[in-house]
Ligand binder design. Sequence first.
Ligand SMILES: Cc1cc2nc3c(=O)[nH]c(=O)nc-3n(C[C@H](O)[C@H](O)[C@H](O)COP(=O)(O)O)c2cc1C
Length: 189
Amino acid sequence: MKLGIIIGSVRQGRVSGNMATWVANAAKKYEGVEVEVIDLLEYKLPMFDEAISPQYNPDRKPEGEVKRWLDKLAEQDAYIIVTPEYNRSIPGALKNAIDLVAFEMAKKPVAIASHGSTEGAQAVAQLRGIVPAVQAVSTPVFVGLPYMDAQGMTADGTFEDAGGYRAGQLTAMLDDLVWYGGALAAARK
Ligand SMILES: Cc1cc2nc3c(=O)[nH]c(=O)nc-3n(C[C@H](O)[C@H](O)[C@H](O)COP(=O)(O)O)c2cc1C
C-alpha cells in the first residue's frame, strides 16, 4: 500500500514538517506500507481559478505543477494529512491544494494528524467535512497534538511524549488507516 503523508503547512518556520516525520517514522514500521512524505511546499500550486469544478470537467487537462500534484496524489492508496489549525480551520494553502483535486483521491482513505491549542480539533472537524467532497473516505481515528508538543518537536520527529500516550494514539490511527486502506484497495480492484 502506498501511503502519502501530506504536509499541510507551507509557512516559514512551520512545525508541521516535524510532525510529518513523527508520523512517517511510525508508519514505516508497518509491513507492506510504502511511505512517501508529500510536501505542499514542493509544489508551486496556483490559486484555483478554473472555470469549471474539476469533478465536472471531463475535458480538463492539468499541466505543470498542478499535474505533478495530481499525479502524485493519484499514485497513493491512502493518505495522512498533517495539518495545523489556522483560524479555527485548515491552512488556506491546504484547502487550495484540495480544491484542485478531481477524482485522484476517490475511494481512498484519509487520516488526519493535527496540532494546535486544542490539538487542532477544529481543523480536524473542518477537514472531515472537506474530504468526502473529493470522494475520499475520512477514517474515524485521528491523532492530535497539543500546541506545545508540536512546537517542541525536533526535526527527527521526537518530543517529550509522557507515558507514550500520543504514540499510542498514533498507532491507533495508523492501524485504522491501514485497515481501511486494505479494504478499499481490494474493493477498487
Ligand atoms: C494564521 C494563523 C492562524 C492560527 N490560528 C490558530 C487557531 O485557530 N487555533 C490554534 O490552535 N492555533 C492557531 N495558530 C497557531 C498554530 O497552531 C501554530 O502557529 C502552528 O505552529 C502552526 O503550524 P505550522 O507551524 O506547521 O504552520 C495559528 C497560526 C497562524 C499562523
